[in-house]
Design a protein around this ligand. Structure first.
Ligand SMILES: O=C(O)CCC(=O)C(=O)O
Ligand SMILES: [Fe+2]
Length: 316
């Protein structure tokens, strides 16, 4: 399934020594990030931090332990935020299972989550999730800063918006399809995310991204490769100048596929950035309540509006 296209997506070395704010590499990185978000809605970040491979391995071993818990545990309530905390068994996507941890950069929130799942607690789980999420949030913050800079938006506006950012880390498990029973290998159909930004990593490949020309590009799996993509909230912030990335997942392997995502949501009502509204780009969206949008996102009314949910929710 899929296509043979490789590396048609922009690849940016985000962990290189030269990638410091204001440097030549940074300035050229800002342009590449913006162009990638305008064209495909995302890019591949090479992010190779010391100890990163070990952090990734520990994170995935904790995720595996979490998915192995009984269904009754995984279905317990862990947050009152309108994120889907646990999902599996949808008839259209029988291979897919996901669990979400709200605010993983807080040790306290990780502990709360672990205590709900394991009444005796699980300090190793907390440490693994917390450390990995913190490293990814550094990458996330760099990308956001580069995007703001690429549009020449003032630093204080970036800082103000960053204060309202909330993070969710998601683990995914896709069981291998039962091919002998004729089961297909679609993990997740084409979609774009309701987040501000999503950063994905794959333990096993299967992620494909739709290019501007309509073809699908594979994204390779590695501990140091992260696919960074624009979600609906960033599309709104940019006044429709950036594209929410279309992506899908196949399970090509004979083993279960694990992947993870770090998503950001904005805990306040935002409006399109005023400097991105002009004669050529008239205002495209009304004030946008991100958590309100998440509540709306899976309603039958919203599903009926696919693939234009965001315009149905707050378009002008
Ligand atoms: O499993 C993956 O690699 C991607 C998951 C995804 O796109 C999503 O849940 O929105
Ligand atoms: Fe997605």
């Amino acid at each position: 399934m899929g296509c043979e296209t490789k590396w048609e997506l922009a690849v940016i070395d985000m962990s290189s020594e030269e990638m410091k704010a204001g440097s030549e590499a940074w300035i050229s990185g800002c342009k590449t990030v913006r162009k990638a978000f305008e064209d495909e809605g995302g890019f591949v970040a090479l992010y190779d931090k010391p100890g990163g491979e070990q952090l990734g391995d520990s994170f995935y071993s904790s995720m595996k332990q979490l998915f192995e818990l009984p269904l009754e545990s995984k279905q317990r309530e862990t947050t009152d935020k309108p994120i889907i905390p646990y999902a599996r068994g949808h008839p259209d996507i029988p291979l897919y299972e996901t669990l979400a941890i709200y605010n993983p950069i807080s040790k306290q929130h990780c502990e709360h989550y672990a205590n709900v799942m394991w009444p005796q607690g699980n300090p190793t789980f907390c440490e693994n999730v917390n450390s990995y999420a913190k490293q990814l949030v550094e990458l996330d913050n760099m990308v956001k800063r580069m995007l703001f800079e690429s549009f020449g938006v003032e630093k204080n506006k970036y800082e103000e918006l960053m204060e309202s950012m909330e993070y969710v880390v998601r683990g995914y498990k896709y069981r291998a399809p039962e091919r002998e029973k004729g089961e297909g290998n679609l993990g997740l159909p084409p979609h774009s995310d309701p987040s501000f930004i999503t950063i994905l990593n794959q333990k096993i490949d299967g992620l494909e991204v739709r290019l501007k020309n309509g073809e699908w590009a594979h994204v390779s799996a590695s501990h140091n490769l992260f696919f960074v993509m624009c979600g609906h909230a960033m599309k709104v912030w940019s006044n429709d100048r950036l594209r929410a990335c279309h992506h899908r997942v196949f399970v090509n392997s004979k083993v279960d596929r694990y992947s993870m995502g770090l998503m950001t949501y904005i805990n306040k009502v935002i409006e399109p950035e005023e400097t991105l509204v002009d004669e050529e780009h008239p205002l495209r969206f009304k004030p946008f309540d991100h958590y309100g949008y998440l509540r709306y996102f899976h309603t039958p009314e919203a599903i009926a509006k696919l693939p234009r949910r965001i315009y149905a929710y707050c378009g002008i």
